[in-house]
Write a protein that binds this ligand. Structure first.
Ligand SMILES: Nc1ncnc2c1ncn2[C@@H]1O[C@H](COP(=O)(O)OP(=O)(O)O)[C@@H](O)[C@H]1O
Ligand SMILES: [Mg+2]
Ligand SMILES: [Zn+2]
Length: 283
């Protein structure tokens, strides 16, 4: 169990905290089982009565966990990648020597980025994680990084799939309640933004315009962006002919070339080997 899973599993137990009562500031008057410690009223505020009978309030320890959980929800992270931490990035899932070398490099840059995040944040420096092959761990690594940053620095991250966000933006053309300006603002305001699978979408003038606008505003605000892509930065010019995207990405990110080896298919094969063993073990 990693640190993040530990916190998450604590969310489900409420009365395994017996001797916390020793530290209570007075008699708690409105405990709720909505609180994992059963101390506050569920909102993060503990109501208590002092010995002299006066009423008071104080912050509950559950606030931090609640904030973390909320940021995970609002960060739009897909379920498959929930609660992952650096320990979950396994370099032994890659087969070839070259792939393992690249994976170790990626791991090193990722942990350096997390450690030096304050400096990266001042510089507005993000990462560019790329490989031509699918299933190499690009999305996983990008999400691991934002989880670790959430834990360590209490920042507000946002994860978007570039293809999905573009179709969301297109849909706003026919809607009154949400407008594209609000969506773009939420992307430019996030402390750190993951733009997953840049380059997979079909290029049009409109797409290029939107992507440039997002990158531009984040660059002006010095906000780090993590981009994953199926092409190296040098190829972005061909994909986005106006040339404005490549130059921004070059300035805003540090590149991580991922192994060109699909962990997804390695893991699927291993799973089927296990299944086959089950079927044929008594032969
Ligand atoms: N280094 C790794 N360690 C553990 N699991 C991995 C690793 N790389 C990829 N995976 C798993 O393989 C699957 C594909 O990875 P993903 O990050 O989605 O690939 P990509 O974004 O490069 O297409 C996911 O289920 C992911 O959790
Ligand atoms: Mg991916
Ligand atoms: Zn509480």
């Amino acid at each position: 169990m990693n640190r993040i899973q530990e916190i998450m599993s604590k969310m489900n137990i409420s009365n395994d905290m017996g001797d916390l009562s020793l530290k209570k500031p007075g008699k708690i008057t409105k405990p709720s089982n909505k609180c994992i410690y059963n101390e506050c009223d569920g909102s993060g505020m503990i109501h208590y009565r002092r010995e002299d009978g006066t009423e008071a309030m104080t912050f509950c320890k559950c606030r931090e966990q609640r904030q973390l959980l909320n940021s995970i929800k609002t960060a739009r992270i897909p379920k498959e990648y929930h609660h992952k931490s650096l320990e979950d990035f396994n370099v032994n899932h890659y087969q070839s020597k070259d792939a393992i070398k690249h994976a170790k490099y990626a791991q090193k840059v990722a942990s350096g980025f997390i450690k030096s995040f304050e400096t990266m944040n001042d510089m507005g420096k993000g990462l560019y994680i790329y490989s031509k092959t699918k299933g190499t761990g690009k999305t996983l690594l990008s999400i691991i990084i934002i989880y670790e940053l959430m834990m360590k620095y209490q920042i507000n991250p946002l994860y978007i799939s570039v293809v999905n966000i573009l179709s969301e933006l297109k849909n706003t053309f026919h809607q009154k309640e949400v407008n594209s300006y609000d969506i773009i603002r939420s992307l430019t305001e996030a402390d750190i933004l993951v733009m997953d699978d840049l380059g997979v979408e079909k290029t049009t003038d409109w797409v290029e315009e939107i992507l440039t606008q997002i990158l531009d505003e984040r660059m002006m605000d010095n906000k780090p962006t993590i981009i994953t892509s199926n092409m190296p930065i040098t190829e972005l010019d061909r994909k986005y002919p106006s040339g404005r995207i490549k130059s921004r990405v070059e300035k805003m990110t540090f590149p991580i070339p991922m192994p060109e080896e699909s962990v997804r298919s390695t893991l699927s094969k291993q799973e089927n080997d296990k299944v086959a063993k089950l079927f044929f073990e008594d032969e």
